[in-house]
Write a protein that binds this ligand. Sequence first.
Ligand code: ME8
Length: 648
Amino acid sequence: MSKETFYVTTPIYYVNDVPHIGHVYTTVAADVIARYMRVSGREVMFLTGTDEHGQKVEQAARERGKTPQEHCDEMVVRFKDLWRRFNISNDDFIRTTEDRHVKVVQHFLQKLFDSGDIYKSSYSGWYCVPDERFWTEKDLVDGNCPDCGRGVVQIEESNYFFRMSKYQDWLIGHIEGNPDFIRPESRRNEMLGFLRKPLEDLCISRPKNRLHWGVEIPFDSDYVTYVWFDALINYVTSPGYTTDDDRFSSFWTNCTHLIGKDILTTHTIYWPTMLRGEGLAPPARVFAHGWWTVEGRKMSKSVGNVVEPNMLLDKYGADAIRYFLLREVPFGLVGDFSHAALVGRINSDLANDLGNLLQRSLGMLEKYRDAVIPPVPSDAQMGDLSRELVEASRRAVAELEEHMSALAFDRALKSVWEFIGRANKYIDSAAPWTLSKEGKDTKLDSVMYTLFEAIRQVAVMINPFMPETGQKMFRQLGIAQKKDLHTITSLKSWGGFQGGTRTFRGPALFPRIEEVPEVETGKEQDKKSEARSQKPGDKGMENVVTIEDFARVELVTGKVLEAEAVPKSKKLIRMIVDTGEKRQIVAGIAEYYQPADLVGKAIAVVGNLAPAKLMGVESNGMLLAAHDDDGLALVTFDKEVGVGVRIK
Ligand code: ME8
């Protein structure tokens, strides 16, 4: 293979349950990076699949009155259908019950057994049935599983063990010597901390009298393989370990595993030591992203707030969800899903910024140039405004490349949106309508060309994130078939769009959604809070609140990360504030503060205020300030505090 390779994987998901928004998150992220690498000229392999063995699956099948295989065959369809609906472009889908995988697991085990890295021993310890994990006495928290908090049972039996402890020093050296191996940094430190305690050997078998549903141990038919030992091996089965050496070695060296933080230990402790025992290199990078909650709460069946992705797809479409998930929070930090936040993003970023840019530009090209792209302007024909836009495009492409290689999806999108903002401003400043009215034809040609080359660049940059939208844009720009104009390489030099191309105006990319809670006016809010604070019999004490009342208000510390004036408003400033999670807050303080002065400030925020829209911009929270005749002062702190700290 001559091209540089890139191999990306998602966890293989358990088929004991249906997929939810958490599974969608990792899979969409993997899809975006796979698509991006393809258009950057890499030979890509993208793997996802399902984890079908083990106790949980056996139990789920039993509860449904099915055999485990029947259960798996039915559940896997839900994952495959969902990935199709989300336009997931995986090159392979692996199921651990497939023969190709079972063979590799058995090969792996036999090799480790032959080299003496697997041995048999009797074991007594605490076992968490739902997690299928053994724990030592000192691991337990209040006598329960330290991972899930559920009860554990004492088990004594003979089992096979992998000599994981033997590789501890090597693993520490590997993590220390390869800063990119575990990402983000916080997770790397967490694992180095974990490795300060001695590693124990790993129990890798389950006796068949307790569990049947697994890969039989090749050297002892009374046992099946521990589900995690079986599952992790999927990552080498697919690219051809033991079956296609060339393919395997070319992809394995460039492998990135995307996972949630819940399965960090298995991927960065078990897996690299297993590979080391087998004589294989560890994956190049394991990136553990953060956890999604829903409307501020942990997603759980008992709470009834599990976000069902098919319902979201019906309502918002794949691209809006893909965009929201990756734009809303930095990959690696916690995220909170809420319909209001999703609708806010659709309306402001997708319908307003991106949709309007394309729609108004196509409209002008139709009106002024019969929908035909003018020729590429010469250097002399380009004015300062156009040159600035070209420069902004160079910056956006460079930033996109930098952020994508670090899997900083939110920053990559932010850079693209800054460029979209520039292109929108370019239209306002270059004012094609005036050029047309004044008959400045050469200038108008030059402006329209520059604008459309910028839009083509936007389409290329967003295409990996929103493939349906990318394709729609390419169609409307008249370059659907010109694949060479869809690549990141085509953005390296300005002027790829050919003059004479005919464009086609289509329907709006993202119609606005008008269902976000509207703001109440200040007076209405005041009336309501007065009514809430008055209790019958409390004469003369109308404004007294109980400690419980006060505790309902979540006051937290925050740090302003970004601030900008809300267009067309004299009073409002839109801020992105870190309160442990990133949120957008709109405040009426523009008469007293410059946006630039706010960035970096530590502030006090009402964290659980209902979302509201101010001049069409969504605000999630309110900052505290004192207002008197002399002006306005933000509430801040007299020494440094972290973000997201509760103020009481
Ligand atoms: O652990 N937020 O499978 P699984 C973000 N079979 N991501 C989430 C999430 C949430 N709330 N919930 C789930 C397994 N995920 C094993 C993996 S790999 C060799 C074997 C995502 O079905 C996240 O990627 O429990 C997490 O790591 C994964 O789903 C767990 O999926």
